[in-house]
Design a protein around this ligand. Structure first.
Ligand code: ZN
Length: 233
């Protein structure tokens, strides 16, 4: 089974449609979303509708929770708070209800999905140290757990020295971000995982970044949310 896994769409419709086109070109048996469908970007309505239609499973991200509940905005950077308040106004009751219904952690097709991490997922752990990454492995039962949140692709293994996805080893894989990559590469990112071959591939896709920047200006969002997209940060 080929799973396409995407994260951190952040209301970037141009990046999301480019990613879906690439998924269609390559073929996938299921498309899974690791959350933060909304927040930051200019098109939360379209992105919620597209993800709800195309992704078989979606977990809740911290921006989704902030937009849906209007709470915990203080956790977000200032431009993120500004965008979240606008998104709450824009998306309407049905999409708010959809966001509120998203689970924090799901096991599906033999893999675990969490936005930030499966250990205390509601606290949105930042997996920036070896210790915090290793602690996550006790919080899921499958061999592979996919996460987003940092917007930077990464693969962590439960055993040091393993660099390829191999049966018998366990991995925590960050699939990078669709809508706001922060690893210096402005292209949209997502992952393809083949459950039979036990192989994982990080895919990068060009999209119409200038169009997203124009939409950010059109909808009155902070200018910095557009300029950072070109820098991949
Ligand atoms: Zn995010």
């Amino acid at each position: 089974m080929r799973l396409a896994i995407l994260a951190d769409v952040h209301a970037n419709r141009e990046a999301l449609t480019a990613v879906f086109a690439e998924i269609d070109r390559r073929g996938a048996d299921a498309v899974l979303c690791l959350g933060d469908v909304v927040g930051y970007g200019p098109d939360p309505e379209a992105c919620v509708d597209l993800v709800a239609e195309r992704c078989g499973t979606t977990v809740l991200g911290n921006h989704d929770a902030a937009v849906a509940t209007g709470q915990d905005l203080g956790y977000l950077p200032l431009d993120g708070q500004t965008a979240a308040l606008k998104h709450t106004e824009w998306v309407g009751d049905d999409r708010i209800a959809w966001l509120k219904g998203l689970p924090l952690v799901v096991t599906v097709h033999g893999v675990t999905l969490a936005h930030a991490g499966p250990l205390e997922p509601e606290r949105w752990p930042r997996l920036t140290s070896f210790r915090t990454v290793q602690a996550q492995f006790d919080a899921f039962d499958t061999d592979i757990c996919f996460v987003g949140h940092s917007h930077s692709p990464a693969v962590a293994s439960s055993s040091l020295g393993v660099t390829r996805v191999r049966p018998g080893h366990r991995y925590l894989i960050n699939v990078g971000a669709v809508g706001q990559p922060r690893d210096g590469d402005p292209r949209a990112a997502f992952g393809i995982f083949d459950t039979e071959a036990v192989s994982y591939e990080l895919v990068r896709v060009h999209y119409d970044l200038a169009r997203t920047q124009a939409r950010i200006a059109e909808r009155g969002l902070p200018e910095g949310l557009g300029s950072r997209l070109a820098r991949g940060e």
